[in-house]
Design a protein around this ligand. Structure first.
Ligand code: TYD
Length: 212
């Protein structure tokens, strides 16, 4: 962190947890407070990583071999991290990213079945010990989340949303397990609350971290 103001925040969760809405809200609130904010996403974020995202979507990457999925996520992540995230943090900006390494841990490692050790080995090669300062896990029962997410028309509707409910339950368990093991970095938010309450909980935590 360059001057104490920089903060790398990620939002994680299963399908339909409301990440996009909340990212817009927290970014707007921080800008109002005079912070310089960069909103980005994964897979993607940088030009090369967005091209990898497009490949993943066009090919329905959810059906690729797990190692192919994980390696592509970290290839994209390495580029995104080195060319966009780290330079923005070095300028003292707040970076808010829609999904990051925890998504690979959970989608490919935990629910997919590759295992967390394999993911963390690839991570080490790709981005070393780099982790977000603060991660919000937007937690919701997937039965509710999938209904909410349906018809949202996001560009990856054809990938993981089609997996069975057990896969989505495993995603939820995986995120909660990561939160338990990383209690300082991760904050679990009940995403069934109304939108204003979720936004208030997120902002309160961000302000707490900024003051720390
Ligand atoms: P996206 O449209 O960003 O989905 P969402 O709106 O649910 O965030 O698509 C990203 C999809 O790719 C999402 O289903 C999760 C998955 N994914 C992985 O499987 N591994 C990863 O490392 C990342 C970052 C995403």
């Amino acid at each position: 962190m360059a001057d104490g103001k920089a903060l790398f925040i990620t939002l994680e969760g299963g399908e339909g947890a409301g990440k996009s809405t909340q990212i817009k809200r927290v970014a707007a609130a921080l800008e109002q407070m005079g912070k310089q904010v960069v909103v980005t996403r994964e897979p993607g974020g940088s030009k090369a990583a967005e091209a990898m995202r497009n490949l993943f979507i066009a090919e329905n990457g959810a059906e690729w071999p797990l190692a192919t999925q994980a390696l592509l996520m970290f290839t994209a992540r390495s580029h995104h991290t080195e060319t966009l995230i780290k330079p923005a943090l070095a300028e003292g900006k707040v970076v808010i990213c829609d999904r990051y390494t925890d998504s690979t841990r959970v989608y490919q490692g935990y629910a997919g079945g590759m295992g967390l050790k394999a993911i963390d080995d690839i991570k080490e090669l790709a981005i070393g010990d780099f982790e977000p300062d603060l991660t919000f896990i937007l937690d919701i029962d997937p039965e509710i989340g999938l209904k909410r997410g349906a018809g949202r028309g996001n560009d990856t509707d054809t990938t993981f949303e089609q997996k069975d409910i057990e896969f989505h339950q495993a995603l939820r368990e995986g995120f909660l397990e990561i939160a338990e093991g990383n209690a300082v970095r991760c904050k679990v938010i009940d995403a069934t609350q109304d939108e204003d309450s979720v936004a208030a909980a997120i902002l309160a935590e961000v302000e707490k971290r900024m003051a720390a």
